[in-house]
Design a protein around this ligand. Structure first.
Ligand code: ADP
Ligand code: MG
Length: 261
């Protein structure tokens, strides 16, 4: 499709938020590496860092604290999309800022506060996938992500209490769906940090499978030391160690996602 301005528009833009209010389950890791895996399969990918800790930005070697234009200015209407966008090879990133940490208080009184991100990104269409990395909490930023997105992927770490807090998360998603975004859908669950040598891990994956049924991706992301090392080098797993099991798993996950629809 070609728009009036002559731009090429991707008709099947997938807007996916990666969410789980638990920290350390692999949200940021998944956004970075699944994003890169998809660019290597010829997809155009935009990553949005919506966590004030800016781990996504730093993981890609972006010194977030030095930036003038970040997602914080973007949602406040003080920066335009084009000046906020960082092009890093084939990956495109909207970086985060520590200042986002105060956004609940600062933006809380504004009418339409849940729609700020959606409005800021309304002209964005030239991608196949947009992934949003969320903070480990259910706050105004998370709501903004849920209002913008169409799909939700939930990473779940294969460990004890993996599903604790899940009903709260699903309840929040339902409220957003009913009141703010009718299109919203949990479309994928990703088992992360899996260690098949541990019986407990396998039992937990079975529990997750029963709970989410066909939503659980067949590809499980195994525990892999290279995945943990790559961010400190500012690299994705494919840039850091393409032969690792981590690269293999995220490549397989990307293929599974492309094949689904
Ligand atoms: N499959 C994995 N194997 C080994 N370490 C991992 C894996 N996935 C994530 N990690 C590490 O676990 C920590 C938490 O992951 P992260 O993606 O930051 O979680 P979240 O964004 O949900 O808080 C990070 O140090 C990350 O490098
Ligand atoms: Mg994170």
């Amino acid at each position: 499709m070609v728009t009036l301005r002559g731009e090429h528009t991707r008709e099947h833009l997938k807007k996916i938020v990666i969410i789980n209010q638990k920290g350390g389950v692999g949200k940021t890791t998944t956004v970075v590496n699944l994003g890169d895996a998809l660019t290597r399969q010829k997809k155009k990918v935009l990553l949005i860092d919506l966590d004030p800790q800016a781990h996504l930005s730093y993981s890609l070697g972006i010194q977030a604290h030095e930036l003038v234009h970040t997602v914080y200015e973007l949602i406040k209407g003080e920066s335009r999309f084009k000046e906020t966008l960082i092009t890093r090879g084939k990956l495109h990133l909207i970086p985060s800022s520590l200042e986002l940490a105060g956004s609940d208080l600062e933006l809380g009184g504004i009418a339409g506060r849940e729609f700020l991100l959606k409005e800021a990104l309304s002209g964005v269409s030239r991608y196949d996938y947009v992934f949003i990395d969320c903070p480990p909490s259910l706050n105004l930023l998370t709501l903004n992500a849920l209002v913008f997105a169409r799909e939700i992927f939930i990473p779940v770490q294969a460990e004890y209490l993996a599903l604790q807090g899940m009903s709260k998360l699903l309840q929040t998603i339902d409220v957003v769906k009913n009141r703010l975004n009718k299109e919203l859908l949990v479309s994928g669950v990703i088992g992360t940090r899996f260690d098949k040598r541990k019986l407990l891990n396998r039992e937990i994956i079975e529990q997750i499978d029963q709970y989410f049924a066909e939503k659980l991706f067949k590809t499980l992301i195994r525990e892999n030391v290279s995945i943990a090392e790559a961010p400190s080098h500012g690299k994705t797993i494919f840039e850091y160690k393409a032969s690792s099991s981590g690269a293999e798993d995220y490549r397989a996950l990307a293929q599974e996602i492309i094949k689904r629809k």
